[in-house]
Ligand binder design. Structure first.
Ligand SMILES: Cc1cc2nc3c(=O)[nH]c(=O)nc-3n(C[C@H](O)[C@H](O)[C@H](O)COP(=O)(O)O)c2cc1C
Length: 313
């Protein structure tokens, strides 16, 4: 594998929060994270909202283990997007990521996320406004799907994004209409790479080393973003980089609960820990068995004592 391979932890609203970024980057192998999206309407958010979205702003825009975190903005109006980007950078964000990929109905109805992909002019305008608003040394990256309903639009949108001055483009290889239904159409990446020269990050359906190798071969990318595969297997980044097959996820669960509890309290910690264990159980029968035994526990203290040693369950 090339030494130039860069791995990114995917932004996941309601899942990959400060605690999850902290825990996963501690394991190693992740080159950069992105926050959950901050939805921009016509306001510039007050400071505390930026800190809530990206607590890492308190620590030089890096996780505890030193991994940079870009702040993600989602919105359909160029000027407020630019103004919020400026504010984020003033508060210390080391990079801004623009979300043109969100498929959620409420977001799309309010003119944001993947809905913008219907017009490459709008994609250009928003990207350019953000790029021009923040200092040159601050990277502005963009995340798209292949299109709203037409995958071919990825070419003109990628060209617009490059022309607008973005530093990197992540492609979730599905249209909005495809939702999250497999497969991811990695075959579009080489077509995009024929047209644009900024770094392209391949994203979608990398769950294990075999998927990674297939994606590498098919896309010839050096940059990859992993979301659900990282929740199912928190060691995937390390495995890709070191070719190790370690996956002792059970030891991580009590730590994750405690970190989440410090962050937002025991009930939040219980909900998020169950949510994460469900993701692990998705691809792991032993985890499913354990999850089934603890999922109905409603009292955080009882839940915490149950997960203390998952090897005993
Ligand atoms: C629950 C959930 C929340 C997500 N939130 C975001 C988000 O806030 N910003 C974003 O750009 N993408 C978001 N995504 C999309 C992921 O970043 C990623 O593109 C997608 O899951 C495909 O990658 P994967 O197959 O590796 O999971 C979300 C996906 C899921 C499943």
């Amino acid at each position: 594998m090339s030494n130039n391979v860069k791995l990114y932890l995917a932004p996941m609203e309601g899942v990959v929060d400060w605690t999850m970024r902290r825990l996963l980057t501690r394991i190693g192998g992740i080159d950069q994270c992105v926050t959950e999206f901050l939805r921009v309407t016509d306001l510039v958010y007050p400071t505390h909202i930026f800190y809530k979205n990206c607590p890492e702003l308190h620590t030089q825009s890096k996780t505890e283990s030193g991994t940079p975190v870009f702040l993600q903005l989602l919105g359909g109006q160029a000027e407020p997007m630019a103004l919020n980007a400026i504010r984020a950078v003033e508060l210390g964000a080391c990079g801004i990521d623009i979300n043109f990929g969100c498929p959620a109905k409420t977001v799309n109805r309010h003119d944001g996320g993947a809905a913008i992909l219907k017009s490459c002019h709008r994609v250009f305008d928003i990207t350019q406004a953000v790029r021009n608003a923040v200092p040159k040394h601050i990277p502005v990256t963009v995340k798209i799907r292949l299109g709203y309903d037409n995958p071919e639009s990825c070419i003109e949108n990628s060209l617009a994004i490059q022309q607008a001055g973005a530093n990197r483009l992540t492609v979730h290889c599905r249209t909005k209409t495809n939702g999250y239904t497999p497969p991811a159409y990695w075959e579009w990446i080489p077509r995009i790479k024929e047209q644009v020269s900024i770094p392209i990050v391949a994203n979608g359906e990398i769950w294990n080393i075999d998927d990674f190798k297939k994606c590498l071969k098919e896309t010839e990318c050096e940059h990859f973003m992993i979301g659900r595969g990282a929740l199912a297997n928190p060691f995937i980044f390390k495995q890709i980089k070191n070719f190790s097959d370690q996956n002792n996820w059970k030891n991580l669960i009590p730590d994750f609960y405690d970190m989440s509890s410090d962050y937002r309290g025991p009930r939040f910690a219980m909900i998020r820990t169950k949510q994460w264990m469900r993701s692990i159980a998705f691809k792991d029968d032993e985890a499913l068995n354990i999850f089934n035994q603890i999922k109905t526990i409603e009292i955080p203290e009882l839940f915490r004592s149950k997960i203390q040693d998952l090897n005993q369950i």
